[in-house]
Design a protein around this ligand. Structure first.
Ligand SMILES: [Zn+2]
Length: 79
């Protein structure tokens, strides 16, 4: 049950990301980092078409998240 819910969440998340990417394409913002506004490396875009950040900003964000967030999965214990 909880596994199914998690999959549904992941699907919803992906659909949101796709819509987001389409919107950015429509606004001519696709391929630019939303953080530093630099062009995102084409190789990175091919590997991760839904990305909204360049690799530098993404790594920065992930470091920040690792430092501040509760580890993924910990909240699930209480559901
Ligand atoms: Zn950036």
């Amino acid at each position: 049950m909880s596994t199914r819910l998690r999959f549904a969440d992941r699907d919803r998340n992906l659909i949101m990301k796709i819509n987001d990417a389409l919107e950015r394409i429509a606004n001519d913002e696709y391929g630019y980092c939303e953080s530093c506004e630099e062009e995102i490396n084409e190789k990175r875009l091919r590997a991760r078409p839904m990305t909204t950040m360049c690799i530098d900003c993404k790594e920065e964000q992930e470091r920040e998240e690792a430092r501040t967030k509760i580890r993924p999965g910990m909240m699930d214990e209480y559901e």
